[in-house]
Design a protein around this ligand. Structure first.
Ligand SMILES: O=C(CO)[C@H](O)[C@H](O)COP(=O)(O)O
Length: 220
């Protein structure tokens, strides 16, 4: 069984002490940096843009997993590659020509991810799953950190895992939103490979221990 991965969401970091929080992730047992880019159009919130990502990338020593919650993401694929993104995830709901977008991401040397909102059925990926490196299942409605986990996510992970197996794909399943020690084990048992955790990590007293504990649960 391959190792299950933990990706702290920088959205929940303390931006007054961003470099300290990045160093904490570097030193931790986390595997990826999860970076949420929000445009105030696709989602009802604006997070941060290119200069902040550039600053994070300068200090980050782990895989940079960028999640674009923006309309028409094709406009920025090259920019995000140039800024040092390793994985670039676009929303299914934001792409008119998803297959073309995936090819464009790969052409820039990045892994291609697709995120699905909680209301979007897994079967929309039936014809593209073999072209997708990562599916990010939103377990909250995107836009804000600190929301409650949607329980139907377990069913969706199982359905997605079944689709991946049926198609012989090697796609990873990532879960984003409301992940804690309470749901991590059931998510992994349902078929998840990567757990994104924002508030649970950054609002905890001992962040290194919180990441260590989540990683232990995910790989137990
Ligand atoms: O981007 C998000 C919502 O759009 C996620 O909720 C965020 O990445 C994770 O934060 P939290 O663990 O606090 O739910």
């Amino acid at each position: 069984m391959s190792s299950k991965l933990i990706a702290p969401s920088i959205l929940a970091a303390d931006f007054a002490n961003l470099q300290r929080d990045i160093e904490m992730v570097n030193q931790s047992e986390a595997d990826w940096f999860h970076i949420d880019i929000m445009d105030g159009v696709f989602v009802p919130n604006i997070s941060f843009g290119m200069p902040v990502l550039q600053a994070i990338a300068k200090h980050a020593k782990k895989t940079i997993d960028v999640h674009l919650m923006i309309v028409d993401p094709d406009r920025y694929i090259k920019t995000f590659a140039d800024l040092g993104s390793h994985i670039l995830t676009v929303h299914y709901e934001a792409c008119t020509h998803l297959h073309r977008t995936l090819q464009a991401i790969k052409a820039e040397g990045m892994q291609a991810g697709v995120a699905l909102n909680p209301h979007t059925n897994i079967n929309v990926l039936e014809d593209t799953i073999n072209d997708i490196d990562l599916v990010c299942l939103m377990s909250v409605n995107p836009g804000f950190g600190g929301q409650s986990f949607i329980e139907n996510t377990y069913n969706k992970v199982q359905q997605l895992k079944a689709l991946i197996n049926r198609k012989g794909a090697s796609t990873r399943i990532e879960i984003d939103g409301g992940v804690t020690d309470k749901n991590a084990k059931q998510l992994i048992d349902s078929g998840a490979d990567v757990l994104v955790a924002g508030s649970y990590v950054f609002k905890s007293d001992d962040q290194l221990e919180t990441i260590k504990g989540l990683k232990a649960i995910a790989n137990s």
